[in-house]
Ligand binder design. Structure first.
Ligand SMILES: C[S@@+](CC[C@H](N)C(=O)[O-])C[C@H]1O[C@@H](n2cnc3c(N)ncnc32)[C@H](O)[C@@H]1O
Length: 426
């Protein structure tokens, strides 16, 4: 191993362990890692979070103590060290030695004996626990979520959704300027189209940092892109569109890029989040107006909008590969709490739809309670729009019991659920 790699490895370890401590304090890993380009830090933080259940199980068995009873720094050093062995394939002696040096550098030299002992015993416990554990344990998901998914989607689909969350999410972008893809190809950057989502691209052998910085490209999961694409595809006649939960603005901007709208409004409860959307809205060349409002009590004109988009706040259970810590923070009761909030927002949203206009309701949750259960019976004056004929060819979606579509988390996209209603009448 070269000296450079050795130095960068111990620096990566230290940074990763420090970030894991902050995630435990409530920070979001994706936000903390926003400015971190070192792959060794990203891999350790996201990888350890994706395997926290078996990591902590092995640490508990090896230390005979609940990991929660250890100092946060000790816990983080052990998680990083064991993840290096089991997730990154670093030899046990190297990772063990690294973990001991790490805990010293974290200012806990007295814990180095404990770290050393646990690092020697934990890999054996890991092997046994993973061999004997069930799907939820191996895939490091909470038991309650596994039960919910197995009941709703069947055991095989639930297992494959969980294992999809164990892999890093590929970076897919859409180009704010439709000619940008041609320009980049002309510059020698090799671009690949997403297998089913029109307009979603990834670069081969390049990371598109320049395009993302300049605003030419916007990073967005293909499932999210699909919601925006459907809004334009279902409403080709234009009219006015309002996105009620718009921040940070990715869907609104893509809706404006893809559709011929008379006007577009991006609304959100959060002024700060809406402010952050300013950058992507600049690419819409003044065609997006911003409004701060509560979607449950909208201040805009009722029954006027050709398309009302409600991309509602939700538990986010479709996005666990991007936000691996979320699965440990969610509580079973959060599903019902979010569903109650969504019902209120839906009440406000339905009022806004013009006769003949559409309501697009989407969440990045796959839970029926947050999705089709809202539409068991279509609200008075609305009919369900069958989405199947409008989907891009090859979209790996299944129908919901209320006529919507669901994408379970998978390699090609995050989990997402979409329902569309039309107000009957002219
Ligand atoms: C899932 S995110 C929206 C993501 C966005 N559509 C996009 O694609 O970039 C949900 C948004 O709902 C907003 N929100 C939460 N409660 C709200 C309410 N009562 N009224 C309006 N917006 C709300 C949050 O501030 C958050 O920005």
């Amino acid at each position: 191993m070269s000296e450079w790699v050795a130095v960068s490895t111990s620096a990566d370890r230290l940074r990763a362990a420090a970030l894991l401590v902050r995630v435990e304090d409530g920070a979001f890993a994706s936000r903390l890692l926003g400015d971190v380009s070192a792959p060794g830090v990203r891999a350790r933080v996201l990888g350890a979070l994706r395997l926290l259940r078996p990591l902590d199980g092995a640490i508990e068995a090896a230390s005979r103590r609940k990991p929660t009873s250890l100092d946060p720094e000790v816990r983080a050093a052990l998680r990083v060290g064991l993840y290096e062995i089991k997730g990154l394939g670093i030899p046990a002696a190297v990772a063990g030695d690294g973990a001991v040096r790490l805990i010293r550098r974290m200012g806990r030299p007295k814990a180095s004996g404990l770290v050393n002992a646990v690092m020697r015993r934990a890999p054996g416990h890991w092997d046994r626990l993973v061999r004997e554990g069930d799907d939820a344990f191996r895939n490091s998901h909470p038991d309650w979520l596994w039960r919910l998914w197995a009941r709703a989607f069947g055991q095989d689909a639930a297992e494959s959704a969980m294992s999809a969350a164990q892999h890093p999410a590929p970076l897919w972008v859409w180009f704010t300027d439709v000619d940008a893809a041609d320009r980049l190809t002309g510059e020698g950057i090799e671009l690949h189209q997403h297998p089913w989502m029109p307009g979603a691209w990834r670069a081969v052998g390049s990371d598109l940092v320049g395009s993302l910085r300049s605003g030419d490209a916007y990073a967005q999961d293909p499932a999210s892109q699909l919601v925006a694409w459907l809004t334009a595809a279902l409403n080709p006649g234009g009219g006015e569109v309002i996105d009620l939960c718009a921040a940070p603005g990715g869907k609104t901007a893509r809706i404006v890029r893809d559709g011929a709208w008379a006007a577009a409004v991006a609304a959100d409860l959060s002024l700060g989040r809406l402010h952050r959307a300013g950058r992507v809205f600049e690419t819409c060349r003044g065609r997006v107006f911003r409004v701060v409002q509560d979607a449950a009590r909208p201040a805009v004109v009722r029954a006027r909008w050709a398309a009302v988009v409600l991309d509602a706040p939700c538990t986010g259970t479709g996005t666990l590969r991007r936000h691996p810590e979320l699965r440990y923070r969610l509580r079973p009761e959060d599903v019902g709490d979010r569903a109650a909030l969504q019902a209120k927002l839906l009440g406000g949203a339905l009022d806004l739809v013009a006769p003949g206009g559409l309501l697009l309701y989407s969440t990045c949750s796959v839970e029926p309670e947050e999705n089709e259960d809202h539409f068991d019976r279509p609200p008075t004056g609305f009919e369900v729009v069958d989405l199947a004929p409008s989907l891009p060819e090859g979209t790996p979606a299944t129908g919901t019991s209320a006529g919507g579509i669901r994408l379970l988390p998978q390699e090609s996209c995050d989990g997402f659920t979409v329902h569309v209603l039309r107000r009957v009448g002219v």
